[in-house]
Every structure is written in C-alpha cells, then in structure tokens.
Design a protein around this ligand. Structure first.
Ligand SMILES: NC(=O)c1ccc[n+]([C@@H]2O[C@H](COP(=O)([O-])OP(=O)(O)OC[C@H]3O[C@@H](n4cnc5c(N)ncnc54)[C@H](OP(=O)(O)O)[C@@H]3O)[C@@H](O)[C@H]2O)c1
Length: 327
C-alpha cells in the first residue's frame, strides 16, 4: 500500500467500528493500529478490522512514529485531552463530533494544531456528503431565493442510564452536544453565527439536557430552529426556506442521499445521490486530501467553524443551565 496514509484509532467503541468499516473501503488509507484503555479490547478490535498493532494505552499510539493520522472516538468529555496528546506528537487528528465540551477546549485544540503545524478537523461527516454539496449549490444558485429560515431536529429515546455517555456529565452527556450538534451544524453552515439566541431545555436528573430547543436569530433577519431530544423519536427532517422556495430533506436528514426542491409555481424536483459506504468515507477522503496538500485545517470544515459552533453551544448551554465539570 505505497503512499497510503497509516491510521490509528483511539477509543474502539461503537462509532469507531463504523469508521473502521469505511476506512477499509477508502483508497489511500489503512488502519494499522488501535488503542484502548484495555489491551484485550484493542487486540479484539484490531483483529476484527485488520490492524496489525494494538496498544493498551492511548499515549502509546500517539507516540508511535509511523502513524500519519488518528481518529478520536472517545466520549466528548475526553476529546480535548486526547486531541492534545496526538497533536503534541504531530499526528493529524480527525476528532469525533462535537469537537469538545466548550469553546475554551476547542481553542486549546486549535492552538495545538497551529503550534505543531498539524492537521485537526471535527468529524462532522454530514458536511462532506453529496447531499450537503447539492444543498449549498441550490442555495448558492438562488433556487429558493433569499434564505430566510432553517428548521432541523434530531430526537430519539435512549434508556436513561446515568453512567452512560448520553447522560453522564463527566463524559459530556446531554442531547445538545450529542445530537443537537447536527441541526446546529446545518443552521451554522447555511446561516453563519447567530446574533441572538433563545434556548430552553428540560434537564435529566444528572443535570444534563434531556431535550433542548433553540431559536437562532441572524443579523439579516434570518431565523433558525434547532431541536434535540432524548425523550422521544422525532421526524429527523430538515426544512430550508427562502423567498422563492423550500428545500426539504427527508428522514434521516443528516445522513440522507436525497432531497426535494419546491420552487414557487413549479413542479417539485427530487435529487438522488450516489450510494454510500456508510457516509464516513467522504470525511476520510477530505482528511487525506488535506494531508496531501499539507493543510492543517479543511477549508470546508475549518477551525473557525468549529470554534463558532462551540461558542454557540456554550451560549445555548448557559441559557439552559447546563455546565460541565470544571466550568
Ligand atoms: N459521527 C457519528 O455518527 C457519531 C455517532 C455516535 C457517536 N459519535 C461520537 O463519537 C464519540 C464516541 O461515541 P460512541 O457512541 O462510540 O461511544 P462509546 O462506544 O460509549 O465509547 C467509545 C470508547 O471510548 C473509550 N473511553 C475512554 N474513556 C472512557 C470512559 N471514561 N467511559 C467510556 N468510554 C471511554 C472506550 O474505549 P476503551 O475503553 O476501549 O479505550 C469506549 O469504547 C462521541 O463523542 C460521540 O458524540 C459520533
């Protein structure tokens, strides 16, 4: 596999398995090492996905000399710590979403990327799906006129487990950071950073947000509504409306391969995109492209974008009374 980038994974849990499956089918990349807090889990995961090496400590992977890039798949309470560890050893980092718990942590990570001249990107994979490219193209071409409104939701009903990463504050629990990050990403991508935010949440017994709703107001009069819920399944759809039309992304909007354009006075137009491996392949390809070009950030999902997202999430959490340890 000459010229292929050597990848490692930190935190071989649920999402790491999905990533490894996509990596295996991506040209120019190979999984060579896996690091877990347990040597046995690392060995099992490495064997399952064909990695030749496994480590029983995360730092051993970060320090391994022949690794080009590391995918961080630990709960978000640890993203900052693990990204700093990798960046210090000048390993490119693709870090699961949300980039970190707070804007302060994201700032630390971005500084480490800049100081070490090493690539860092939030694994907000939806950004790189063909659907998102088409959405930006349609809006850019003025197909729905002037953009006025975005609405997106993400809700499901996991069992309440105060120890698990969805509810445990130490692990970065809460619906906003876990799934609200998707609707927020869409609002941010299409509308930019809001000038005014009004947010409210229902808190779980652990003090994390069980559900969260935010209205985002933009300087040009645009409005967005984002919803994240752990209390029930929602439609998981997105609607983007302008002065001349509407774009509707059916469920599940954040990983779909089709959308519909409704222009005033015209027939609805459906767009269908190529079949995906599992959707993660596009962000891997973008990481490889950036590494080939010697970039430390992707122009399509920049450090500034992740900083802005984390600033907005901080503001939403503050209004909802959700704080993480150390804040
Ligand atoms: N992009 C997506 O579609 C998507 C979907 C789901 C989740 N995510 C993100 O991916 C990250 C991981 O989510 P996940 O569902 O894969 O989590 P998970 O399976 O619960 O945990 C991932 C791994 O993190 C490691 N870990 C390190 N410290 C831990 C601690 N104190 N408690 C529990 N685990 C710890 C564990 O591996 P070892 O102990 O073996 O090292 C664990 O297997 C989260 O930030 C989440 O937001 C992204």
């Amino acid at each position: 596999m000459d010229g292929s980038k050597k990848w490692g994974i930190i935190g071989p849990g649920k999402i790491a398995a999905k990533f490894a499956a996509a990596l295996a089918l991506t040209e120019g990349a190979e999984l060579v090492a896996v690091a877990s807090r347990s040597g046995e889990r690392a060995r099992e995961f490495a064997a399952k996905f064909g990695a030749s090496r496994s480590f029983d400590h995360y730092w051993k992977l970060a320090a391994a000399p022949d690794i080009d890039a590391i995918y961080i798949a630990t709960p978000h309470g640890f993203h900052c710590e693990h990204a700093l560890l990798c960046l210090k050893h000048r390993k490119a980092v693709l870090c699961e979403k949300p980039m970190a718990l707070s804007n302060r942590q994201v700032q630390e990570m971005v500084s480490a990327s800049q100081d070490n001249k090493t690539f860092l990107m939030e694994a907000m994979w939806t950004r790189f799906l063909p659907l998102t490219g088409k959405l930006l193209e349609l809006i850019g071409e003025g197909k729905i006129g002037k953009l006025k409104y975005v609405r997106a939701d993400f809700g499901f009903a996991p069992p309440f487990n105060p120890e698990g990463r969805l509810y445990n504050k130490e692990l970065g629990g809460g619906s906003l950071l876990d799934i609200g990050v998707y609707p927020l990403f869409l609002c941010q991508l299409l509308m930019g950073e809001p000038s005014r935010i009004m947010a409210t949440a229902q808190l779980a017994p652990t003090g994390t947000d069980d559900s969260c709703v935010a209205t985002l107001h933009y300087p040009d009069g645009g409005l967005a509504i984002m919803t994240s819920l752990y209390s029930c399944q929602t439609s998981i759809t997105a609607e983007i409306a302008g002065t001349e039309g509407i774009i509707h992304i059916p469920t599940p909007w954040y990983k779909n391969d089709r959308l519909t354009l409704y222009r005033r006075g015209q027939e609805a137009e459906d767009f269908q995109f190529e079949p995906m491996v599992n959707g993660f392949e596009y962000q891997i390809r973008e990481t490889l492209r950036c590494l080939d070009e010697g970039l430390i950030e992707s122009p399509y999902l920049s450090h500034a974008f992740s900083l802005s997202m984390s600033r907005v999430m901080d503001a939403i959490r503050k209004q909802c009374g959700v704080y993480y340890p150390g804040e």
